[in-house]
Design a binder for this molecule. Structure first.
Ligand SMILES: Cc1cc2nc3c(=O)[nH]c(=O)nc-3n(C[C@H](O)[C@H](O)[C@H](O)COP(=O)(O)OP(=O)(O)OC[C@H]3O[C@@H](n4cnc5c(N)ncnc54)[C@H](O)[C@@H]3O)c2cc1C
Length: 454
Protein backbone atom coordinates (compact mmCIF):
# COMPACT_ATOMS: atom_id res chain seq x y z
CA UNK A 1 0.00 0.00 0.00
CA UNK A 2 1.24 3.50 -0.86
CA UNK A 3 0.81 6.36 1.61
CA UNK A 4 -2.74 7.78 1.42
CA UNK A 5 -3.94 5.17 -1.09
CA UNK A 6 -6.28 2.62 0.52
CA UNK A 7 -6.41 0.34 -2.52
CA UNK A 8 -3.78 -2.01 -3.86
CA UNK A 9 -0.70 -0.59 -5.61
CA UNK A 10 1.18 -3.06 -7.80
CA UNK A 11 4.49 -2.18 -9.43
CA UNK A 12 5.88 -3.87 -12.51
CA UNK A 13 8.30 -6.58 -11.39
CA UNK A 14 6.43 -7.32 -8.16
CA UNK A 15 4.72 -10.64 -7.49
CA UNK A 16 1.09 -10.29 -8.49
CA UNK A 17 1.75 -7.83 -11.32
CA UNK A 18 1.16 -10.36 -14.13
CA UNK A 19 -2.22 -11.47 -12.76
CA UNK A 20 -3.37 -7.91 -12.10
CA UNK A 21 -2.20 -6.78 -15.55
CA UNK A 22 -4.00 -9.61 -17.31
CA UNK A 23 -7.26 -8.93 -15.42
CA UNK A 24 -7.37 -5.34 -16.71
CA UNK A 25 -8.98 -6.28 -20.05
CA UNK A 26 -12.10 -8.26 -20.91
CA UNK A 27 -10.60 -9.24 -24.29
CA UNK A 28 -8.41 -12.37 -24.22
CA UNK A 29 -6.18 -10.66 -26.80
CA UNK A 30 -3.94 -8.65 -24.48
CA UNK A 31 -1.74 -6.02 -26.13
CA UNK A 32 1.83 -6.29 -24.86
CA UNK A 33 1.84 -2.84 -23.23
CA UNK A 34 2.84 -2.63 -19.59
CA UNK A 35 2.17 0.21 -17.14
CA UNK A 36 4.87 0.74 -14.49
CA UNK A 37 2.30 0.90 -11.74
CA UNK A 38 -1.31 -0.25 -11.34
CA UNK A 39 -3.41 1.44 -8.65
CA UNK A 40 -6.62 -0.43 -7.83
CA UNK A 41 -8.64 2.38 -6.28
CA UNK A 42 -10.60 1.23 -3.21
CA UNK A 43 -12.95 4.20 -3.50
CA UNK A 44 -13.10 7.61 -5.18
CA UNK A 45 -11.05 8.97 -2.24
CA UNK A 46 -8.01 7.20 -3.73
CA UNK A 47 -8.10 9.14 -6.96
CA UNK A 48 -6.59 12.50 -5.89
CA UNK A 49 -3.91 10.56 -3.98
CA UNK A 50 -3.13 8.42 -7.03
CA UNK A 51 -2.89 11.54 -9.20
CA UNK A 52 -0.48 13.11 -6.67
CA UNK A 53 1.63 9.95 -6.68
CA UNK A 54 1.72 9.85 -10.49
CA UNK A 55 2.70 13.52 -10.70
CA UNK A 56 5.44 13.06 -8.10
CA UNK A 57 6.93 10.14 -10.06
CA UNK A 58 6.32 11.75 -13.45
CA UNK A 59 4.02 8.92 -14.53
CA UNK A 60 1.38 9.57 -17.18
CA UNK A 61 -2.04 8.19 -16.15
CA UNK A 62 -4.30 5.75 -17.99
CA UNK A 63 -7.76 4.81 -16.67
CA UNK A 64 -9.94 1.75 -16.59
CA UNK A 65 -13.53 1.34 -15.42
CA UNK A 66 -14.10 -2.29 -16.39
CA UNK A 67 -11.70 -2.96 -19.26
CA UNK A 68 -14.18 -3.48 -22.10
CA UNK A 69 -12.15 -1.42 -24.55
CA UNK A 70 -11.70 -3.81 -27.49
CA UNK A 71 -8.34 -2.30 -28.46
CA UNK A 72 -7.06 -2.28 -24.88
CA UNK A 73 -6.94 1.49 -24.37
CA UNK A 74 -6.35 1.19 -20.58
CA UNK A 75 -3.05 -0.64 -21.16
CA UNK A 76 -0.24 1.75 -22.08
CA UNK A 77 3.50 1.35 -21.92
CA UNK A 78 4.89 2.88 -18.76
CA UNK A 79 3.08 5.28 -16.46
CA UNK A 80 0.28 4.54 -14.01
CA UNK A 81 -2.99 2.73 -14.65
CA UNK A 82 -5.77 3.66 -12.23
CA UNK A 83 -8.27 0.81 -12.05
CA UNK A 84 -11.72 2.06 -11.01
CA UNK A 85 -13.44 -1.33 -11.08
CA UNK A 86 -14.35 -1.17 -7.37
CA UNK A 87 -16.55 1.88 -8.09
CA UNK A 88 -19.85 0.13 -8.80
CA UNK A 89 -22.38 1.92 -6.57
CA UNK A 90 -25.62 3.45 -7.76
CA UNK A 91 -28.56 5.30 -6.22
CA UNK A 92 -31.99 5.48 -7.81
CA UNK A 93 -34.56 8.18 -7.07
CA UNK A 94 -37.84 6.94 -8.57
CA UNK A 95 -39.65 10.18 -7.62
CA UNK A 96 -37.42 12.46 -9.70
CA UNK A 97 -36.69 9.62 -12.19
CA UNK A 98 -32.98 10.19 -11.83
CA UNK A 99 -30.03 8.13 -10.63
CA UNK A 100 -26.34 8.49 -9.88
CA UNK A 101 -23.94 5.73 -10.75
CA UNK A 102 -20.25 5.00 -10.50
CA UNK A 103 -18.26 4.17 -13.62
CA UNK A 104 -17.68 0.43 -13.18
CA UNK A 105 -21.36 -0.38 -12.75
CA UNK A 106 -22.41 -2.80 -15.50
CA UNK A 107 -25.36 -2.07 -17.77
CA UNK A 108 -27.24 -5.29 -17.03
CA UNK A 109 -27.07 -4.74 -13.27
CA UNK A 110 -28.30 -1.15 -13.58
CA UNK A 111 -31.19 -2.07 -15.90
CA UNK A 112 -32.23 -4.91 -13.53
CA UNK A 113 -32.16 -2.53 -10.53
CA UNK A 114 -34.33 0.04 -12.37
CA UNK A 115 -37.00 -2.41 -13.56
CA UNK A 116 -38.89 -2.77 -10.22
CA UNK A 117 -39.38 1.03 -10.32
CA UNK A 118 -40.86 0.85 -13.84
CA UNK A 119 -37.77 2.68 -15.15
CA UNK A 120 -34.92 1.96 -17.51
CA UNK A 121 -31.77 3.39 -19.08
CA UNK A 122 -30.25 2.89 -22.57
CA UNK A 123 -27.33 0.71 -21.39
CA UNK A 124 -25.12 -1.14 -23.90
CA UNK A 125 -26.21 -4.25 -25.78
CA UNK A 126 -23.99 -6.60 -23.79
CA UNK A 127 -24.80 -6.88 -20.09
CA UNK A 128 -21.31 -6.80 -18.56
CA UNK A 129 -20.20 -3.59 -20.34
CA UNK A 130 -19.42 -0.94 -17.73
CA UNK A 131 -21.27 2.33 -17.96
CA UNK A 132 -18.12 4.47 -17.42
CA UNK A 133 -16.28 4.12 -20.73
CA UNK A 134 -19.61 3.60 -22.53
CA UNK A 135 -21.18 6.89 -21.36
CA UNK A 136 -17.97 8.84 -21.94
CA UNK A 137 -18.00 7.61 -25.57
CA UNK A 138 -21.64 8.48 -26.28
CA UNK A 139 -23.12 5.02 -25.68
CA UNK A 140 -25.18 3.25 -28.33
CA UNK A 141 -27.43 0.87 -26.44
CA UNK A 142 -30.84 -0.79 -26.40
CA UNK A 143 -33.61 1.43 -27.75
CA UNK A 144 -31.18 4.19 -28.76
CA UNK A 145 -33.40 4.79 -31.80
CA UNK A 146 -35.99 6.29 -29.46
CA UNK A 147 -33.80 7.48 -26.58
CA UNK A 148 -30.71 8.69 -28.46
CA UNK A 149 -27.14 7.97 -27.43
CA UNK A 150 -26.98 7.16 -23.72
CA UNK A 151 -24.96 10.34 -23.12
CA UNK A 152 -28.12 12.31 -23.99
CA UNK A 153 -29.51 11.02 -20.66
CA UNK A 154 -26.49 12.24 -18.66
CA UNK A 155 -27.28 15.40 -16.65
CA UNK A 156 -23.96 15.90 -14.88
CA UNK A 157 -20.64 14.17 -14.35
CA UNK A 158 -18.47 14.29 -11.23
CA UNK A 159 -14.81 14.26 -12.18
CA UNK A 160 -11.34 14.63 -10.71
CA UNK A 161 -9.17 16.77 -12.96
CA UNK A 162 -5.40 16.66 -13.54
CA UNK A 163 -4.78 19.04 -10.62
CA UNK A 164 -6.47 16.53 -8.28
CA UNK A 165 -9.53 18.74 -7.79
CA UNK A 166 -13.00 17.22 -7.68
CA UNK A 167 -15.68 19.10 -9.63
CA UNK A 168 -19.08 18.51 -11.14
CA UNK A 169 -19.72 19.47 -14.72
CA UNK A 170 -23.12 19.97 -16.32
CA UNK A 171 -24.77 22.29 -18.85
CA UNK A 172 -24.60 25.04 -16.21
CA UNK A 173 -21.23 24.33 -14.54
CA UNK A 174 -18.11 23.78 -16.62
CA UNK A 175 -20.15 23.25 -19.82
CA UNK A 176 -17.03 22.65 -21.95
CA UNK A 177 -15.93 19.79 -19.72
CA UNK A 178 -19.50 18.44 -19.75
CA UNK A 179 -19.55 18.61 -23.56
CA UNK A 180 -16.32 16.58 -23.69
CA UNK A 181 -17.50 14.06 -21.06
CA UNK A 182 -20.27 13.04 -23.46
CA UNK A 183 -18.25 11.66 -26.35
CA UNK A 184 -14.49 12.11 -25.80
CA UNK A 185 -14.39 8.44 -24.73
CA UNK A 186 -10.88 7.01 -24.36
CA UNK A 187 -9.36 10.48 -24.83
CA UNK A 188 -11.23 12.11 -21.92
CA UNK A 189 -8.82 14.20 -19.83
CA UNK A 190 -10.16 13.73 -16.28
CA UNK A 191 -11.33 10.85 -14.10
CA UNK A 192 -15.12 10.43 -14.19
CA UNK A 193 -16.18 9.23 -10.75
CA UNK A 194 -19.97 9.52 -10.88
CA UNK A 195 -22.63 10.11 -13.52
CA UNK A 196 -26.00 11.78 -12.82
CA UNK A 197 -28.54 10.42 -15.27
CA UNK A 198 -32.16 10.83 -16.29
CA UNK A 199 -34.24 7.64 -16.36
CA UNK A 200 -36.92 6.55 -18.81
CA UNK A 201 -40.19 4.58 -18.66
CA UNK A 202 -39.52 0.87 -18.72
CA UNK A 203 -40.90 -0.59 -21.94
CA UNK A 204 -43.00 -3.30 -20.33
CA UNK A 205 -43.23 -5.25 -23.57
CA UNK A 206 -40.37 -6.21 -25.87
CA UNK A 207 -40.99 -8.23 -29.03
CA UNK A 208 -38.71 -9.37 -31.80
CA UNK A 209 -39.00 -10.43 -35.44
CA UNK A 210 -36.06 -12.16 -37.11
CA UNK A 211 -35.37 -13.49 -40.59
CA UNK A 212 -32.23 -15.29 -41.72
CA UNK A 213 -31.30 -15.99 -45.34
CA UNK A 214 -28.30 -17.57 -47.09
CA UNK A 215 -25.50 -15.00 -47.35
CA UNK A 216 -25.71 -15.26 -51.16
CA UNK A 217 -29.09 -13.47 -50.94
CA UNK A 218 -27.48 -10.38 -49.41
CA UNK A 219 -28.55 -8.01 -52.20
CA UNK A 220 -32.32 -8.73 -52.37
CA UNK A 221 -32.52 -9.14 -48.57
CA UNK A 222 -30.85 -5.77 -48.00
CA UNK A 223 -33.20 -4.12 -50.52
CA UNK A 224 -36.29 -5.63 -48.86
CA UNK A 225 -35.21 -4.95 -45.28
CA UNK A 226 -34.08 -1.35 -45.80
CA UNK A 227 -37.40 -0.57 -47.54
CA UNK A 228 -39.45 -2.29 -44.79
CA UNK A 229 -37.40 -0.59 -42.06
CA UNK A 230 -38.44 2.85 -43.34
CA UNK A 231 -41.91 2.03 -41.99
CA UNK A 232 -40.70 1.05 -38.53
CA UNK A 233 -41.21 3.52 -35.67
CA UNK A 234 -38.19 4.83 -33.72
CA UNK A 235 -38.84 2.42 -30.84
CA UNK A 236 -37.98 -0.55 -33.06
CA UNK A 237 -34.28 -1.28 -33.15
CA UNK A 238 -33.42 -2.86 -36.51
CA UNK A 239 -30.14 -4.46 -37.47
CA UNK A 240 -28.46 -6.72 -39.98
CA UNK A 241 -25.98 -9.36 -38.99
CA UNK A 242 -23.69 -11.22 -41.39
CA UNK A 243 -22.44 -14.31 -39.56
CA UNK A 244 -22.25 -18.08 -39.38
CA UNK A 245 -25.73 -19.50 -38.75
CA UNK A 246 -26.37 -20.34 -35.11
CA UNK A 247 -27.80 -23.81 -34.32
CA UNK A 248 -31.29 -22.36 -33.80
CA UNK A 249 -31.27 -21.07 -37.40
CA UNK A 250 -30.31 -24.35 -38.99
CA UNK A 251 -28.97 -27.75 -37.91
CA UNK A 252 -27.08 -28.08 -41.22
CA UNK A 253 -23.36 -28.85 -41.09
CA UNK A 254 -21.10 -27.24 -42.01
CA UNK A 255 -23.08 -24.30 -40.72
CA UNK A 256 -23.81 -21.87 -43.54
CA UNK A 257 -23.10 -18.14 -43.51
CA UNK A 258 -26.26 -16.08 -43.29
CA UNK A 259 -27.58 -12.56 -43.42
CA UNK A 260 -30.12 -12.04 -40.68
CA UNK A 261 -32.36 -9.06 -40.07
CA UNK A 262 -33.94 -8.41 -36.67
CA UNK A 263 -36.41 -5.82 -35.46
CA UNK A 264 -36.74 -5.42 -31.67
CA UNK A 265 -39.71 -3.35 -30.49
CA UNK A 266 -39.73 -1.61 -27.08
CA UNK A 267 -43.33 -0.80 -26.20
CA UNK A 268 -45.85 -0.22 -23.42
CA UNK A 269 -47.95 -3.33 -24.09
CA UNK A 270 -47.59 -6.62 -25.97
CA UNK A 271 -50.19 -5.44 -28.51
CA UNK A 272 -48.30 -2.23 -29.17
CA UNK A 273 -45.00 -4.14 -29.59
CA UNK A 274 -46.60 -6.42 -32.17
CA UNK A 275 -48.17 -3.44 -33.98
CA UNK A 276 -44.76 -1.74 -34.18
CA UNK A 277 -43.31 -4.81 -35.93
CA UNK A 278 -46.11 -4.96 -38.52
CA UNK A 279 -43.89 -3.75 -41.45
CA UNK A 280 -41.78 -6.92 -40.99
CA UNK A 281 -44.65 -9.40 -40.80
CA UNK A 282 -44.62 -10.29 -44.47
CA UNK A 283 -41.56 -10.63 -46.64
CA UNK A 284 -41.54 -11.18 -50.39
CA UNK A 285 -38.41 -13.34 -49.98
CA UNK A 286 -39.93 -15.58 -47.31
CA UNK A 287 -39.52 -18.79 -49.29
CA UNK A 288 -35.72 -18.22 -49.30
CA UNK A 289 -35.60 -17.76 -45.53
CA UNK A 290 -33.70 -20.36 -43.51
CA UNK A 291 -35.35 -18.97 -40.40
CA UNK A 292 -38.34 -16.74 -39.77
CA UNK A 293 -39.83 -15.93 -36.39
CA UNK A 294 -42.19 -12.99 -35.97
CA UNK A 295 -43.47 -11.10 -32.92
CA UNK A 296 -41.66 -13.18 -30.30
CA UNK A 297 -42.07 -11.70 -26.82
CA UNK A 298 -38.81 -11.15 -24.94
CA UNK A 299 -37.44 -9.77 -21.69
CA UNK A 300 -34.34 -7.58 -21.29
CA UNK A 301 -32.68 -10.67 -19.78
CA UNK A 302 -33.43 -12.55 -23.04
CA UNK A 303 -31.81 -9.73 -25.02
CA UNK A 304 -28.68 -9.83 -22.84
CA UNK A 305 -28.49 -13.64 -23.06
CA UNK A 306 -28.68 -13.49 -26.85
CA UNK A 307 -25.94 -10.83 -27.09
CA UNK A 308 -23.70 -12.85 -24.74
CA UNK A 309 -24.05 -15.71 -27.24
CA UNK A 310 -22.47 -13.60 -29.99
CA UNK A 311 -19.93 -11.81 -27.77
CA UNK A 312 -19.02 -14.30 -25.04
CA UNK A 313 -16.17 -13.71 -22.62
CA UNK A 314 -12.91 -15.56 -23.07
CA UNK A 315 -12.23 -15.06 -26.79
CA UNK A 316 -9.76 -13.00 -28.77
CA UNK A 317 -11.32 -10.00 -30.50
CA UNK A 318 -10.38 -7.22 -32.89
CA UNK A 319 -13.20 -4.82 -33.68
CA UNK A 320 -13.72 -1.71 -35.76
CA UNK A 321 -16.54 0.62 -36.79
CA UNK A 322 -17.43 2.80 -39.73
CA UNK A 323 -20.00 5.51 -40.35
CA UNK A 324 -20.96 6.10 -43.97
CA UNK A 325 -23.40 8.00 -46.15
CA UNK A 326 -23.50 5.10 -48.61
CA UNK A 327 -26.52 2.77 -48.46
CA UNK A 328 -26.49 -0.73 -46.98
CA UNK A 329 -27.28 -1.99 -50.51
CA UNK A 330 -23.64 -1.12 -51.36
CA UNK A 331 -21.95 -1.74 -48.00
CA UNK A 332 -23.40 -5.15 -47.13
CA UNK A 333 -22.53 -7.03 -50.36
CA UNK A 334 -18.92 -5.81 -49.97
CA UNK A 335 -18.87 -7.01 -46.36
CA UNK A 336 -20.63 -10.31 -47.20
CA UNK A 337 -17.73 -11.24 -49.48
CA UNK A 338 -15.39 -10.80 -46.48
CA UNK A 339 -17.62 -12.71 -44.06
CA UNK A 340 -17.77 -15.62 -46.52
CA UNK A 341 -13.95 -15.88 -46.30
CA UNK A 342 -13.47 -15.21 -42.57
CA UNK A 343 -10.80 -17.45 -41.03
CA UNK A 344 -12.92 -17.83 -37.89
CA UNK A 345 -16.54 -19.03 -37.82
CA UNK A 346 -17.22 -16.75 -34.86
CA UNK A 347 -16.43 -13.53 -36.76
CA UNK A 348 -19.33 -11.40 -37.88
CA UNK A 349 -20.46 -7.99 -39.11
CA UNK A 350 -23.19 -6.05 -37.33
CA UNK A 351 -25.02 -3.24 -39.10
CA UNK A 352 -27.57 -1.50 -36.88
CA UNK A 353 -29.86 0.93 -38.72
CA UNK A 354 -29.95 4.30 -36.92
CA UNK A 355 -27.81 3.15 -33.98
CA UNK A 356 -28.10 6.57 -32.33
CA UNK A 357 -31.60 7.72 -33.37
CA UNK A 358 -32.65 9.61 -36.47
CA UNK A 359 -33.58 12.51 -34.21
CA UNK A 360 -30.29 14.38 -34.34
CA UNK A 361 -31.41 16.83 -31.63
CA UNK A 362 -30.78 13.96 -29.18
CA UNK A 363 -27.06 14.11 -30.03
CA UNK A 364 -26.81 17.92 -29.87
CA UNK A 365 -24.22 19.73 -27.84
CA UNK A 366 -21.98 16.78 -27.00
CA UNK A 367 -18.64 15.57 -28.32
CA UNK A 368 -20.31 12.41 -29.66
CA UNK A 369 -21.66 12.90 -33.18
CA UNK A 370 -23.61 10.83 -35.64
CA UNK A 371 -21.20 10.91 -38.57
CA UNK A 372 -23.24 9.18 -41.27
CA UNK A 373 -26.54 7.73 -42.41
CA UNK A 374 -25.34 4.11 -42.17
CA UNK A 375 -23.10 2.27 -39.72
CA UNK A 376 -21.25 -1.05 -39.72
CA UNK A 377 -19.13 -2.85 -37.12
CA UNK A 378 -17.03 -5.89 -38.11
CA UNK A 379 -15.92 -8.22 -35.30
CA UNK A 380 -13.05 -10.71 -35.67
CA UNK A 381 -13.53 -13.28 -32.88
CA UNK A 382 -11.32 -16.35 -32.47
CA UNK A 383 -9.55 -18.52 -29.89
CA UNK A 384 -6.20 -19.76 -31.13
CA UNK A 385 -3.27 -17.38 -30.41
CA UNK A 386 -1.53 -18.83 -33.48
CA UNK A 387 -4.34 -17.32 -35.58
CA UNK A 388 -3.89 -13.72 -34.29
CA UNK A 389 -2.25 -12.47 -37.46
CA UNK A 390 -4.76 -14.09 -39.84
CA UNK A 391 -7.76 -12.77 -37.93
CA UNK A 392 -6.38 -9.27 -37.45
CA UNK A 393 -5.56 -9.18 -41.16
CA UNK A 394 -9.12 -10.32 -41.94
CA UNK A 395 -10.58 -7.50 -39.85
CA UNK A 396 -8.37 -4.88 -41.49
CA UNK A 397 -9.12 -6.24 -45.00
CA UNK A 398 -12.84 -6.19 -44.18
CA UNK A 399 -12.57 -2.54 -43.17
CA UNK A 400 -10.57 -1.76 -46.31
CA UNK A 401 -13.45 -3.12 -48.42
CA UNK A 402 -15.72 -0.35 -47.09
CA UNK A 403 -13.22 2.41 -46.27
CA UNK A 404 -13.83 4.20 -49.59
CA UNK A 405 -17.33 4.89 -48.22
CA UNK A 406 -16.15 6.03 -44.77
CA UNK A 407 -17.41 9.24 -43.20
CA UNK A 408 -16.14 8.41 -39.71
CA UNK A 409 -15.72 5.90 -36.87
CA UNK A 410 -17.37 5.44 -33.45
CA UNK A 411 -14.76 6.06 -30.78
CA UNK A 412 -16.06 3.38 -28.33
CA UNK A 413 -15.44 0.50 -30.70
CA UNK A 414 -12.96 1.82 -33.28
CA UNK A 415 -9.67 -0.03 -33.62
CA UNK A 416 -7.46 2.88 -32.62
CA UNK A 417 -4.38 0.78 -33.38
CA UNK A 418 -5.35 0.36 -37.06
CA UNK A 419 -4.06 3.77 -38.12
CA UNK A 420 -3.17 7.06 -36.44
CA UNK A 421 -6.23 8.84 -37.82
CA UNK A 422 -8.94 6.62 -36.25
CA UNK A 423 -9.49 8.88 -33.21
CA UNK A 424 -9.50 12.12 -35.25
CA UNK A 425 -11.94 10.62 -37.76
CA UNK A 426 -14.34 9.75 -34.94
CA UNK A 427 -15.27 13.46 -34.70
CA UNK A 428 -16.16 16.31 -37.01
CA UNK A 429 -13.11 18.54 -37.69
CA UNK A 430 -14.60 21.26 -35.45
CA UNK A 431 -15.26 18.87 -32.58
CA UNK A 432 -11.76 17.39 -32.89
CA UNK A 433 -10.22 20.88 -32.71
CA UNK A 434 -12.38 21.68 -29.67
CA UNK A 435 -11.39 18.42 -27.92
CA UNK A 436 -7.72 19.16 -28.50
CA UNK A 437 -7.96 22.65 -27.15
CA UNK A 438 -9.94 21.47 -24.09
CA UNK A 439 -7.33 18.79 -23.42
CA UNK A 440 -4.68 21.53 -23.32
CA UNK A 441 -6.81 23.71 -21.09
CA UNK A 442 -7.81 21.02 -18.57
CA UNK A 443 -4.64 18.93 -18.66
CA UNK A 444 -1.81 21.35 -19.59
CA UNK A 445 0.90 19.02 -18.23
CA UNK A 446 -0.43 15.95 -20.07
CA UNK A 447 -1.00 14.10 -16.82
CA UNK A 448 -3.48 11.83 -18.64
CA UNK A 449 -2.75 9.73 -21.71
CA UNK A 450 -4.64 10.82 -24.79
CA UNK A 451 -6.04 8.55 -27.52
CA UNK A 452 -4.24 5.29 -28.17
CA UNK A 453 -2.38 5.23 -31.50
CA UNK A 454 -0.63 2.37 -33.38
C1 LIG B 1 -18.74 -7.17 -25.33
C2 LIG B 1 -18.79 -5.68 -25.61
C3 LIG B 1 -19.98 -5.12 -26.03
C4 LIG B 1 -20.07 -3.74 -26.26
N1 LIG B 1 -21.27 -3.20 -26.65
C5 LIG B 1 -21.38 -1.87 -26.84
C6 LIG B 1 -22.64 -1.27 -27.18
O1 LIG B 1 -23.65 -1.94 -27.30
N2 LIG B 1 -22.67 0.06 -27.39
C7 LIG B 1 -21.56 0.85 -27.23
O2 LIG B 1 -21.67 2.07 -27.40
N3 LIG B 1 -20.38 0.33 -26.90
C8 LIG B 1 -20.25 -1.01 -26.70
N4 LIG B 1 -19.04 -1.56 -26.35
C9 LIG B 1 -17.88 -0.68 -26.26
C10 LIG B 1 -17.80 -0.05 -24.89
O3 LIG B 1 -18.74 0.98 -24.76
C11 LIG B 1 -16.40 0.58 -24.67
O4 LIG B 1 -15.42 -0.42 -24.80
C12 LIG B 1 -16.29 1.23 -23.31
O5 LIG B 1 -15.06 1.91 -23.22
C13 LIG B 1 -16.40 0.22 -22.22
O6 LIG B 1 -16.39 0.82 -20.98
P1 LIG B 1 -15.30 0.44 -19.88
O7 LIG B 1 -15.61 1.37 -18.79
O8 LIG B 1 -15.25 -1.01 -19.61
O9 LIG B 1 -13.98 0.89 -20.65
P2 LIG B 1 -12.48 0.65 -20.22
O10 LIG B 1 -11.90 -0.39 -21.11
O11 LIG B 1 -12.37 0.46 -18.77
O12 LIG B 1 -11.84 2.06 -20.58
C14 LIG B 1 -11.65 2.46 -21.90
C15 LIG B 1 -11.09 3.87 -21.90
O13 LIG B 1 -12.12 4.76 -21.49
C16 LIG B 1 -11.57 5.76 -20.63
N5 LIG B 1 -12.23 5.64 -19.32
C17 LIG B 1 -12.86 4.54 -18.83
N6 LIG B 1 -13.39 4.83 -17.64
C18 LIG B 1 -13.07 6.12 -17.37
C19 LIG B 1 -13.36 6.99 -16.28
N7 LIG B 1 -14.09 6.59 -15.24
N8 LIG B 1 -12.89 8.26 -16.35
C20 LIG B 1 -12.18 8.69 -17.41
N9 LIG B 1 -11.87 7.91 -18.45
C21 LIG B 1 -12.32 6.63 -18.44
C22 LIG B 1 -10.10 5.51 -20.52
O14 LIG B 1 -9.43 6.36 -21.44
C23 LIG B 1 -9.94 4.07 -20.94
O15 LIG B 1 -8.72 3.82 -21.59
C24 LIG B 1 -18.92 -2.93 -26.11
C25 LIG B 1 -17.70 -3.50 -25.71
C26 LIG B 1 -17.64 -4.88 -25.44
C27 LIG B 1 -16.34 -5.50 -25.02
Amino acid sequence: MSAAIEGEVVRRGEAGYAGTWSAMLWNELKPQRFPDLIVRAASERDIPAAIRLARSEDLRIALRSHGHSWCGSPLRDGGMLIDLSALTAHEIDPITRTATLQPALCGREFVAALAPHGLTFPAGHCGPVALGGYLLSGGLGWNSGALGPAAASVRAVEVVTADGAARTCSKEEDPDLFWAARGAGPGFFAVATRFHVTLHDLPTAVAETTYAFPLGDVEPVTRWATAAAKRLPANVEASFMLATASPDITAATPRPKVISFTGTAFARSPDEAVRCLEPLRSCSLSEHALFRRTDVHKSFEDLYSASSGFWPRGHRNVVDTLWSDTGYETLLPALAASVADAPSEQSLVLAPLWPASQDRTLSHDMAFSVLGETYVAPFAIWDDPAADTANTRWLRDTMRAVEPYRTGHYIAEADLTADPSRARRSYTPQDWARLRSLKTAYDPDNVFHTYLTP
